[in-house]
Write a protein that binds this ligand. Structure first.
Ligand code: ADA
Length: 560
């Protein structure tokens, strides 16, 4: 299942879900002569008994039948973490980063059976600046859905919707990108609908050979109902591409959108002009039964657990999430803070020669792919990186600028743990702090939060909304003891309670996001990560199997 709604009625989309051949390989880009294993797609190879801790390279292979001669597009929603994609043995290209989607277009393919192979690499090699040993796990495999689309040689590459609210009511800006894969100039017509209402695109679009062309239109939708968490009203936005005469439909694309505004005036985070306080969780895409390749029913379970605890928000720590989770948030009414893929990089890590380019790619792919989700109300970058240095600041500045050049409708933030040394609060729209009072240090949550407000105010964050983006404590599932020592479920519950009690009485806070929703696997590596007992981060309010710890009912009391 690629999405929770139908994205095409005209374009033929064939999902590549199923068992693929698999063979681990060493160095070199030669495809294997034979394949000994079968692996599910989507899936992580760590679920296979022989690959439970495998860090390396392997090739996935499958057969695909194309129904007619013409252009196709291969779609990958996520391959962890580097993919080399081959079509009938020919390398099409490469993609880096587990958590963003990518495509390859083949302008002319014969009808019939073809071979698709994906060389997947999850090793921590020198060309990988973002996937490094970390406090989460970089799994191996084609972890999110993949598909083959049979497209016309002129097709709709993507469509972005930005809701706008003025005195006249709702309107929406629609930006469409058309792509001509042929050697000839193409003339076409566009028809659009948003819900019941027509979208009047200009009649007649000309797209030069082997080029893209952007089409934009702003349309009033005075009768549209707003999207909110209590009433998550969604609309289908459908574009159809016709030939020049308008008598033959070539292609289509359906996106699902909502009308809502987000602003940060007066030091408050506001949705549709109303102040909101985010109450929710940081969540890693991780599950003991499926790794990062979480199937839909388990996503729903996570969502239901969060809603049961009274949450209204989730932070996709620390990378862009599977689109189906975002679809669910749109549908169920959960605010999303989505962030790029970067956790805890020192200045030295950020000076890796590929760091900036890999972040830029991730930012672009994240915003282009997820811009239509009304649930996403915040974009964030670079969790706990070197924002306390002059060189680091420049990278934060550039990345914010990049995101603002693509989308100005959402506030931007980053989560900082630098306390009074932070240098980048002035660059963000929202000040967000990761502090672990009562866990890493014996500090009072209320006093520390007041102090953090002051640090932020003094460092360019004055009059900006503030979010406690992480706080929490380890609690080992089943370790209960009247001593309430660190690591017991009791102590975790006490710490969560003290934090929530403090934050709910601080009126300048626009959010509190618990670290974390569920326990997660972490990299087994040298150094401090080894001190994570059981090779997992155990600060989940539910354990890896989603069994509630004692803190669950505490959260529920405070969030509901
Ligand atoms: C940090 C970090 C998280 C996690 C957490 C912890 O704030 O952002 O990824 O590592 O600390 O558990 O200590």
């Amino acid at each position: 299942m690629l999405r929770l709604f139908q994205t095409n009625r005209i374009r033929a989309v064939q999902e590549l879900e199923g068992d693929w051949d698999f063979e681990p390989i060493g160095s070199g880009d030669e495809l294997p002569a034979s394949y000994r294993y079968r692996m599910p797609v989507p899936g992580c190879w760590e679920m296979h008994p022989q690959f439970s801790t495998y860090r390396g390279r392997g090739v996935y292979r499958s057969k695909v039948t194309v129904s007619r001669k013409g252009a196709i597009r291969l779609v990958f929603k996520g391959v962890s973490h580097t993919a080399h994609v081959y079509w009938d043995g020919r390398l099409l290209g490469r993609h880096y980063n587990a958590y963003t989607p990518f495509t390859f277009v083949l302008p002319e393919v014969e009808a019939g059976e073809h071979e698709i192979a994906v060389l997947v690499d999850n090793s921590f090699h020198e060309e990988s600046a973002l996937h490094i040993p970390n406090d989460y796990y970089s799994y191996g495999g084609i972890i999110r859905p993949a598909a083959v689309e049979e497209i016309a040689d002129l097709f709709i590459e993507r469509m972005a919707f930005t809701p706008l609210y003025t005195e006249e009511g709702w309107s929406g800006k629609i930006d469409l990108v058309l792509r001509n894969t042929s050697e000839e100039r193409r003339n076409a017509r566009l028809h659009g609908k948003l819900g019941e209402w027509d979208v009047p695109f200009d009649e007649g679009v000309i797209v030069p050979p082997d080029a893209t062309r952007k089409v934009s239109v702003t349309v009033p939708f005075p009768q549209a109902a707003a999207w909110s968490v209590s009433q998550p009203q969604l609309y289908a936005l459908e574009a159809q591409l016709f030939n020049d005469d308008g008598n033959r439909v070539l292609d289509d694309l359906i996106e699902r959108v909502g009308f809502r505004t987000v602003s940060t005036e007066g030091g408050q985070l506001k949705v549709n002009g109303e102040p909101v306080v985010l109450k929710g969780f940081n969540r890693h895409e991780d599950h003991p039964l499926c790794g990062a390749a979480i199937p839909y029913p388990l996503m729903v379970q996570d969502m239901e657990l969060m809603l049961d605890m009274g949450a209204n928000a989730v932070r996709t720590s620390h990378y862009p999430n599977d689109e189906r989770l975002l679809d669910l948030c749109d549908e169920r009414g959960i605010f999303v803070w989505e962030e790029n893929h970067a956790r805890g990089f020192s200045l030295k890590d950020m000076q890796h020669p590929l760091f900036e380019r890999q972040c830029e790619d991730c930012n672009r792919e994240m915003v282009e792919a997820h811009v239509n989700h009304p649930s996403i109300i915040i974009w964030a970058i670079l969790n706990e990186c070197a924002s306390d240095t002059v060189e680091g600041r420049e990278m934060y500045r550039k990345q914010f600028e990049q995101i603002r050049s693509m989308d100005t409708s959402r506030p931007l933030t980053f989560a900082s743990h630098h306390r009074e040394r932070e240098l980048c609060f002035d660059l963000a729209d929202i000040v967000s702090v990761n502090l672990y009072p009562l866990w890493y240090r014996e500090e009072d949550p209320y006093e520390l939060c007041l102090q953090a407000r002051k640090w932020a105010d003094d460092a360019g964050g004055k009059d900006k909304p503030m979010i406690m983006s992480e706080f929490g404590a380890d609690g080992f599932y089943g370790y209960r003891d009247p001593s309430r020592v660190k690591g017991t479920e009791e102590r975790q519950a006490d710490i969560i309670k003290a934090n929530l009690e403090a934050y709910r009485s601080l009126p300048f806070l626009s959010g509190m996001l618990i670290w974390q929703f569920c326990d997660c696997r972490v990299t087994e590596a040298d150094g401090w990560l080894l001190t994570r007992a059981g090779t997992q981060n155990s600060k989940g309010i539910v354990d890896r199997y989603r069994r509630p710890k004692l803190a669950y009912s505490v959260v529920k009391t405070y969030f509901t």
